[in-house]
Design a protein around this ligand. Structure first.
Ligand code: AMP
Length: 404
């Protein structure tokens, strides 16, 4: 059992680092996608139900020079209140402190009673937050009795509220929240306890963004599927003709190096044998099918083709562990989403047959949501950059600070 699950929060003030960095409308400040807020609700309600109180701290946007209206967390108070009230089945008032440290925050948190919630103003109104300033972190730490980190999306940052603050709480008084716990558990399972065959599906636009993750996975996966725009650099590296498909000339040697290492380690690299090609990067482009290594001049590969779909789906369906990061094509356009959809179906089928599947990284998560497959995979990560860095083999400061 985890520390968070077994800890009793009765009469404690829990200082929770959440990720409420939600998109706000530029004019009305209405919240666009509230998934990040919803994701924190189970952690908040567990504490409230046990008779604890909750102090929430987050960043929002990228304020440059101190406080600014468009990045104020005051815009989300009303919605937060309705989410918490709905989850608690009673009205819960969410109080707000106009500054995350200082007199008002100190007073309001000191006066907080069991079952009450306080939201602090944007942490990034202070430069000290991103600098990981210890004195600032210490001031924040004074507001709560126990520190809960539930912001996996910022776990790869050594900021004051995500990592540095942990040193001011004793062992047993610092822990992951439920969201963070779930993310860490899923990620650890895939990286360290993967049942084989373990297939990693890596897609997206650029090889350069995914080199580190591929290199780390070469030591762990049995199969690596490479799709999306990055596949064409590999095709060209092997002497293929790729028309005007995406290609990173300066990564051709890297692609060859990856193929060589994979062969040495006995990892199967799957590249798309064919592609859906288009005469233009546009939703209404003319399309055709071509071998991925023989794309006619003037055409570009924008999705994996029918043979590649079959080839990739077969590998996926044999897997016991699946990691998916990055789409197989330009899934934002209907003509080029078939490949990504086929992969989603294959991952769902493997999951139904007992495989553990983790989807992580912004665009594959968006694709899985868009196609309605969120509930058909084992875990969908909320932390794009953090998950990527985890799979690159890096130590995430937000995790290390709690685990130490
Ligand atoms: P990433 O953020 O690296 O995972 O890349 C995601 C982006 O890659 C999406 O916006 C896709 O439209 C784009 N993408 C995927 N396949 C291709 C392709 N064959 N050509 C150009 N862009 C692609």
């Amino acid at each position: 059992m985890s520390l968070f699950s077994t800890h009793s929060f009765a009469n404690e003030k829990a200082l929770i680092r959440v990720d409420f960095n939600v998109p706000l409308d530029k004019q009305t400040y209405a919240i666009g996608d509230d998934n990040r807020m919803r994701a924190a609700i189970p952690t908040i309600t567990k504490i409230l139900k046990e008779g604890g109180s909750v102090i929430l701290m987050s960043h929002l946007g990228r304020p440059k020079d101190g406080p600014e209206t468009k990045s104020s967390l005051i815009h989300i108070v009303g919605h937060l209140q309705s989410l918490v009230s709905a989850a608690m089945n009673k009205e819960v008032i969410v109080q707000f402190a106009n500054d995350c440290i200082g007199e008002e925050a100190t007073q309001k948190s000191a006066n907080l009673k069991a079952g009450e919630v306080l939201l602090l103003e944007n942490l990034r109104f202070y430069k000290e937050e991103e600098k990981g300033d210890a004195a600032f972190a210490q001031k924040l730490s004074k507001l709560g009795d126990v520190y809960v980190n539930d912001a996996f999306g910022t776990a790869h940052r050594a900021h004051a509220s995500t990592a540095v603050i942990a040193q001011f709480f004793e062992k047993g008084k610092k822990m992951f929240g439920l969201l963070m716990e779930g993310e860490v558990k899923a990620a650890e399972l895939v990286l360290h306890k993967a049942e084989k065959p373990f297939t990693a599906i890596i897609g997206g636009a650029k090889v350069s963004d995914k080199i580190l993750i591929i290199e780390n996975l070469l030591n762990r996966a049995t199969d690596i599927i490479i799709g999306g725009g990055m596949a064409y650099t590999f095709m060209k590296a092997q002497g293929g003709h790729i028309g005007k498909s995406l290609c990173e000339e300066d990564r051709i040697d890297t692609a060859l190096e990856i193929l060589k290492k994979a062969a040495e380690k006995g990892v199967n690299i799957h590249l798309p044998s064919d592609s859906i090609v288009a005469d233009n990067f546009a939703a209404d482009a003319n399309t055709s099918t071509a071998p991925s290594n023989a794309i006619p001049d003037g055409w570009m590969g924008l999705d994996i083709g029918p043979n590649a779909c079959e080839q990739f789906a077969n590998a996926i369906k044999k897997s016991k562990t699946i990691l998916w990061n990055g789409p197989m094509g330009v899934f934002e356009m209907e003509k080029f989403q078939h490949g990504t959809k086929t992969i989603a179906i294959a991952v769902a089928e493997a999951t139904a047959n007992g495989a553990f599947s983790l989807v992580g990284g912004g665009d594959s998560v968006a694709a899985v949501n868009q196609f309605g497959f969120t509930d058909k995979v084992s875990y969908v990560s909320t932390g794009g950059g953090a998950m990527l860095e985890y799979f690159e083999g890096k130590v995430l400061p937000g995790i290390a600070a709690i685990s130490e």
